[in-house]
Ligand binder design. Structure first.
Ligand code: 5GP
Ligand code: MN
Length: 315
């Protein structure tokens, strides 16, 4: 059984690095921080690395212990959380590849199984939910601090318990977190609702540019690097924009493009029947059926044309 093997590897390892995907969201931060806290409590020499740590999650316990880069040249064990593909791993020093043993824990159906041990459950709505199950299986105590991190990931990746994939287990785990004394309304507010003024302004800018295409089945908007620079917003602070388009009645797919180094990043969401992970796979991206992304190495005009054409075919 893989989980027992993973536990054995953790037990024999001394130096461990915990990693997650670039541009980390609430589930990435929650699952990596929770893993870090658990391993620290086990007495491991453990480092959690996020080259950019989003301010939104500063309220989580021990968030100040997240490092910008690796400390050791080689770790006994590397654990990747919530990351579907080694290319998306936020790991500037390539610590994952260099580690003696590599573990990959994730919930993306497009996971490429890049670890020595891969524990991937595409049915789970959040990596934090998988991690909760694993910790219970290992009989490791989930204390109040770990519970806060796990709850943050479950709340953010389920859009506040709204998305498909939320299961009886989700609420069973949340119920246990509450018994530990976790403050659900605080985490909900901090992780899901409160935004900075600059984020409010950039959301409005993106909203003001929304175009409805194909009889209103597609909502499209974009942001350039200049827009982000002008308002002082980081790429990791753009979440929520693509969801806005999806909330409009009649829209099946919401497309949001934002500028990156070599072109534009496409962020897609669907409502009912379009598999946006398949659409993104056409551009070497991936994700979930109703939430996916890809890199488009083109100008804004060409990126828009190509992604809209691919979505049209999938409608
Ligand atoms: P978001 O639109 O929030 O950035 O990403 C939505 C989902 O798609 C996430 O689960 C994310 O992991 C996945 N995703 C986004 N961009 C890419 C990409 O370039 N490649 C792959 N494989 N998955 C992506
Ligand atoms: Mn996730």
């Amino acid at each position: 059984m893989t989980l027992d093997d993973i536990k054995n590897e953790i037990e024999v390892a001394e130096n461990i690095i915990v990693l997650t995907h670039e541009n980390p969201d609430g589930d990435a931060i929650g699952s990596s921080l929770a893993t870090y806290l658990v391993l620290k409590k086990m007495g491991k020499n453990v480092h959690v690395v996020n080259s950019i740590y989003p301010r939104t999650y500063n309220f989580l316990p021990h968030s100040d212990e997240s490092l910008r880069e690796s400390v050791l040249d080689k770790y006994d064990l590397a654990i990747s959380l919530d990351c579907s593909d080694i290319k998306r791993l936020d790991d500037p020093s390539e610590s994952f590849e260099k580690a003696k043993v590599k573990i990959n824990i994730d919930h993306h159906s497009s996971n490429t199984m890049f670890g020595d041990y891969n524990f991937v459950d595409p049915v789970s709505p959040a990596c934090c939910q998988i991690l909760t199950m694993i910790l219970e299986y290992w009989n490791i105590e989930i204390d109040k601090e770990v519970a806060a991190c796990l709850l943050n990931g479950i709340i953010t990746d389920t859009g506040g318990f709204r998305y498909e994939g939320v299961s009886p287990d989700t609420f069973e785990y949340v119920s246990k977190f509450l018994e530990k004394g976790v403050n659900l309304s605080k985490i909900y507010k901090q992780g899901m609702q409160t935004i900075t003024r600059s984020r409010f302004e950039i959301r409005n800018l993106a909203a003001s540019r929304v175009e409805f295409l194909e009889d209103g089945k597609i909502a499209y908007t974009y942001l350039t690097q200049k827009d982000m620079d002008d308002l002082g917003v980081l790429r990791s602070e753009l979440d929520g924009i693509v969801e806005n388009g999806r909330d409009v009645e009649g829209v099946e797919v919401s497309i949001f493009l934002y500028e990156i180094e070599n072109g534009f990043k496409a962020s897609l969401r669907s409502n009912d029947y379009v598999n946006v992970a398949d659409v993104c796979l056409l551009f070497n991206g991936g994700g979930h059926i109703k939430a996916a992304g890809a890199n488009l190495p083109y100008s804004l005009e060409e990126s828009k044309e190509r992604i809209v054409a691919a979505v049209k075919k999938a409608l």
